[in-house]
Design a protein around this ligand. Structure first.
Ligand SMILES: NC(=O)c1ccc[n+]([C@@H]2O[C@H](COP(=O)([O-])OP(=O)(O)OC[C@H]3O[C@@H](n4cnc5c(N)ncnc54)[C@H](O)[C@@H]3O)[C@@H](O)[C@H]2O)c1
Length: 394
């Protein structure tokens, strides 16, 4: 079959735009022509474009006009506006996580600790519903760039569920490391909250996805989240925290630890941890306890490769693992971190959807359920863990 050609453009020229570009280079089922980039920070866009030999567009409209697929790689507060503009022009959208959220009341002294979490939930859901409606009216699809869904270990678990008809009783999982370097990350108004949304969205989406798969296998109906209980803490802000220089601790108003416990429609459960207080490199895992099997998905780190390095400077030019504090001694060096993380697989699947109309696993209703669960969790946390119902879209 002759490969179709699809034109794409990236909005945002930072960290995630870089790994999206890398993943686009690996797409094999579709010819992807990267037309250019647009970013609010024009210097950043120019530098990004020059490095990759592409055009820096002067406006979002100009980019949308020239492409079939728009990658949304902006901070979360801008996701809705960019995605809806692209969908309104009948373009496909690849939207980074989290889909959207609540970004404060617009006041310069907005502080998450004083925000009403009931309002946050209502506004986040209103944003989700505007995005669902924009996709419904569009010829384009919104593809939710939740790489955990496409991580090889999660897709292997999908296969196990499909072939064995397993019933998941409990999922537990975590995303953690020692703190994001992003400046925006410190401010809830730019990211829609703290670690619960920023990192928790990943294992949460994977858990929601696998329960959807289970239901799909059984009777074609997804098993959706019903209620959530959560706690959040700012551990690096407690008066007794002793900073030894290994953990980021200069956040403005976000929580750096969260635990959420989800009850599904069938009364089975999932427990998800997310934190910025864990040393030793990124810690991304999901464990599935089913009635007929158990699976531990070690996304990162894993033992695909282990290295021992007696002197730090030996590995000066060698990338070992995300957020690893030292390269000396034993390490779970990742031979291809992007692959284990699911980046090339998600982008391949999204271009197959754009070019040939193939179905996608990570779509807008999964993203919507993730946001709905997260903001119900924030409301629960503001009530010291009281259970809050979850409105499901799946
Ligand atoms: N899936 C993952 O593993 C992963 C990892 C990191 C970041 N992300 C997500 O990617 C998104 C971007 O994060 P990042 O780390 O790349 O940020 P970044 O700060 O590195 O880059 C953000 C870019 O967006 C541009 N921008 C900001 N507001 C804009 C607007 N209104 N219109 C156009 N451009 C705008 C900035 O100029 C900048 O170029 C976030 O949603 C984040 O959650 C996902």
């Amino acid at each position: 079959m002759k490969k179709k050609t699809v034109r794409s453009g990236l909005v945002g020229a930072g960290f995630s735009a870089s790994f999206h570009f890398e993943a686009i280079q690996k797409v094999y089922g579709t010819n992807v022509e990267v037309m250019g980039v647009y970013a609010k920070d024009a210097d950043m866009a120019r530098a990004y474009a020059e490095k990759r030999g592409i055009q820096a567009f002067e406006s979002l409209d100009q980019l949308i006009e020239n492409v079939d697929v728009v990658h949304v790689n902006t901070p979360p507060y801008a996701h809705e506006a960019v995605a809806v503009a692209a969908l309104n022009a009948d373009r496909h959208v690849i939207c980074e996580k989290p889909l959207t959220g609540y970004f404060g009341d617009g006041s310069p002294d907005f502080h998450w600790s004083r925000a009403d979490m009931h309002v946050a939930l209502q506004e986040a859901l209103a944003s989700v519903e505007r995005m669902i409606e924009a996709e419904r009216r569009s010829q384009g699809r919104l593809m939710y760039a939740e790489n955990w869904v496409y991580a090889p270990s999660i897709q292997k678990e999908r296969e196990i569920l499909e072939k064995t008809g397993g019933q998941i009783l409990w999922i537990h999982g975590e995303e953690a490391h020692s703190g994001s370097h992003s400046v925006d990350y410190a401010y809830a108004a730019r990211c829609g909250g703290g670690v619960l949304i920023g990192k928790g969205c990943h294992p949460l989406s994977a858990a929601l996805y696998l329960k959807r798969v289970e239901g799909r296998v059984r009777n074609g109906q997804p098993i959706r989240p019903k209620a959530v209980t959560a706690r959040g803490h700012a551990i690096t802000k407690i008066p007794g925290f002793r900073d030894e220089g290994h953990i980021r601790c200069d956040y403005y108003d976000i929580e750096d630890f969260s635990m959420i416990h989800i009850v599904f429609e069938d009364d089975t459960i999932a427990t998800v941890f997310a934190s910025d207080i864990v040393l030793g490199g990124i810690h991304n895992w999901l464990e599935v306890c089913a009635n007929n099997h158990r699976a531990v998905c070690n996304i990162n780190p894993n033992t695909a490769m282990q290295t021992y390095n007696p002197r730090e400077e030996n590995f000066r030019d060698i990338y070992v693992l995300e957020k690893l504090g030292t390269k000396q001694g034993w390490a779970n060096t990742s031979p291809d971190e992007d692959w284990f993380t699911g980046y090339p697989q998600e982008i391949e699947a999204f271009y197959r959807c754009a070019a040939y109309g193939e179905e996608i696993e990570s779509e807008i209703h999964l993203a919507a359920d993730t946001i709905s669960t997260i903001y119900s969790a924030y409301l629960s946390s503001s009530r010291q863990g009281a259970e809050v119902p979850v409105k499901a879209y799946g």
